[in-house]
Design a protein around this ligand. Structure first.
Ligand code: DON
Length: 564
């Protein structure tokens, strides 16, 4: 090699190394010494952190952050919805809490079908008929009662104060409210506060919600399920054509579950068990890709995207068939998450061409609704970690808002399979395992996850995004583990997604290498790149080698990390 060529190559290498170092240091998220809360709103992260500073632990901060999101992030934060928490205590104990909504007692398998057996458009997604029995208040009280150290009074006081003082509208929120206005008008008989033309910088006061929270503070968890609030809520839902009764609310219980655990290289991953598909699917996908050398293929390279896509395709096909509420259906969980099962499933994969998903016929899916869930991650100063994803399902849920009680109600009933083989609003195809039954929990994709490395807490991670939740969590873990990124850098990366049906790779627009996309197309993959789509809003925390915490707060939203 000529000397001049060699010099050129070396200088290029140095430039690219420098570039790499520069990029890494530029995108570092907030780093704190001991404790951190990362959530969708600065107000919620702040209140969660204040609770920790007062001596509260991650479970106190969970209650605080969840309810502060219900005030400051009404598009997804909620007391009219439900969620899942995965935790890891500082002594290594792990567990999971299921406060998912339930189908009401009067629900039935065909409740969203007309006399000819066709799905009645909108019935499972919009208004009172779409509402599942909410679980959030039961969830936060159950978690805090078992593990928290502060009084509920100490936790709720700042949240009630925030609701009374009001929350400043961000640019993104202004746009979101505007986008949903038509739906608010259609669903609600009377005017609601969100029909006002709120602009960035305005302050919205949530007085009705403050009053509801005050009653909950006074009378405890049962206020929502057996007290004045439950009576008002049941009446409100029925007056709007829904079927939830006081009995439904009275019977609601959050449930402790055994989380899904599995390994990937030297990582131990703990994630949500059914009725969420998150943990099982994540395990299947990671088991499927573990034998391949992703690092050698490169981040978002053709080969890495192929392997991940094919593992995703197979896992989502199983999701559709096997998964549902474990209290109603039996799930071959141990087989599904075993290494040998995924190895077998991947045997039909070759780098030469895609495996086709087309055996099951399916119309094209138009996801028109804005979808919002929210995730927050917490590590406290004692080393406890909490990973929570909570939702109303669609943005502002069913859009039905009780002006008297001050909150939106979910449209989680759409997460059931209304009719076998028909896609729900995430394009997910369901089967018998996820059909509707009274008191059953609808299948979820929420994937609150905690990762240990060599036996120590390493990452707390999760995201909204409906069916794309599982694959966004996957990519966030892989970006750090395989591709050696920092936490914030990993969260910032463009994401892609495959869910078996529709048979296409969805990608965030204008961010993937054009050659990679062209090559994938030439191998036979269909790539769906729509304008302004985002996949996930990941909020995560990484424990660095020196024991400090690095945040990954997703710039796709108003997400913010605070800590000390
Ligand atoms: O439980 C589920 O999987 C869905 N209801 C989550 C909805 C969601 O993430 C919407 N967000 N972007």
């Amino acid at each position: 090699m000529k000397k001049i060529t060699l010099i050129f190559i070396i200088s290029m290498l140095i430039t690219s190394c420098n570039q790499e170092l520069k990029n890494v240091s530029e995108v570092t998220g907030l780093v704190t010494e001991k404790a951190m809360v990362v959530s969708a709103r600065v107000e919620a992260s702040k209140i969660g952190t204040e609770i920790l500073k007062k001596g509260g632990n991650a479970f106190d901060a969970m209650m605080a952050t969840e309810l502060a999101l219900a005030v400051s992030y009404p598009v997804a934060g909620n007391i009219g919805g439900g969620g899942f928490m995965v935790y890891r205590k500082n002594d290594g104990e792990i567990g999971a809490l299921d406060y998912r909504e339930k189908a009401p007692l009067a629900a039935s398998k065909d409740m969203y079908l007309d006399t000819e057996g066709n799905i009645i458009k909108g019935k499972s997604t919009s208004g009172a008929t779409a509402v599942g029995v909410p679980g959030t208040i039961a969830g936060v009280f159950k978690a805090q009662k078992k593990f928290g150290v502060l009084s509920v009074q100490e936790i709720l006081a700042p949240i009630i104060a925030l609701a009374r003082k009001g929350v400043v509208v961000t640019k993104k929120q202004e746009k979101r409210i505007l986008r949903h206005k038509k739906a608010f008008k259609k669903v609600n008989k009377d005017s609601i506060i969100f029909l006002k033309h709120w602009k960035e910088g305005d302050t919205i006061k949530y007085i009705a919600l403050a009053n509801t929270l005050e009653r909950i503070l006074k009378n405890g968890r049962d206020e929502f399920y057996k007290g004045e609030t439950s009576k008002k809520l049941a009446k409100f839902i029925q007056n709007n054509g829904g079927i939830i009764t006081e009995e439904d609310l009275g019977k609601y219980e959050a449930k402790w579950r055994t989380p899904i655990t599995f390994t990937y290289d030297n990582l131990k991953i703990t994630s949500m068990s059914p009725p969420s598909s998150g943990g099982v699917c994540l395990a299947q996908i990671m088991n499927g890709i573990e034998p391949y050398d992703l690092q050698a293929y490169g981040h978002n390279s053709v080969k890495a995207m192929q392997v991940i896509t094919e593992a995703e395709r197979r896992a989502y096909a199983d999701r559709s068939y096997f998964l549902g509420d474990p209290d109603f259906v039996s799930i071959p969980k141990d087989t599904l998450i075993s290494k040998s099962y995924s190895k077998n499933r991947m045997q039909s994969f070759s780098f030469d061409k895609p495996t086709a998903s087309k055996d099951v016929s399916h119309g094209s899916v138009e996801i028109v609704e804005s979808m919002e869930t929210t995730h927050y991650s917490i590590v406290d100063q004692y080393g406890n970690a909490v990973s929570v994803t909570t939702t109303l399902n669609g943005g502002y849920g069913s859009k039905l808002y009780s002006s008297e009680l001050g909150f939106f109600l979910n449209n989680e009933m759409d997460d059931f399979s209304s009719k076998p083989g028909e896609p729900n609003m995430f394009g997910l195809i369901g089967a018998k395992a996820n059909e509707i039954a009274p008191e059953k929990r609808m299948l979820s994709s929420m994937t609150p996850t905690i990762v240990e490395k060599n036996g120590k807490l390493w990452m707390v991670v999760g995201t909204p995004g409906g069916s794309t939740i599982i694959t966004s969590v996957l990519q966030t873990i892989l970006n750090v583990h395989e591709f050696k990124m920092g936490m914030q850098e990993s969260v910032n990366q463009p994401r892609f997604h495959h869910q078996w049906l529709p048979d296409m790779i969805m990608i965030e627009p204008n961010q993937f290498n054009k050659n990679v996309i062209n090559e994938l197309r030439s191998i036979g993959y269909t790539i769906d790149e729509r304008n302004s789509r985002i996949i996930g809003k990941v909020d995560a925390i990484l424990v660095l080698k020196n024991g400090k915490l690095e945040a990954g707060a997703d710039p796709r939203g108003d997400d913010t990390a605070i800590g000390f």
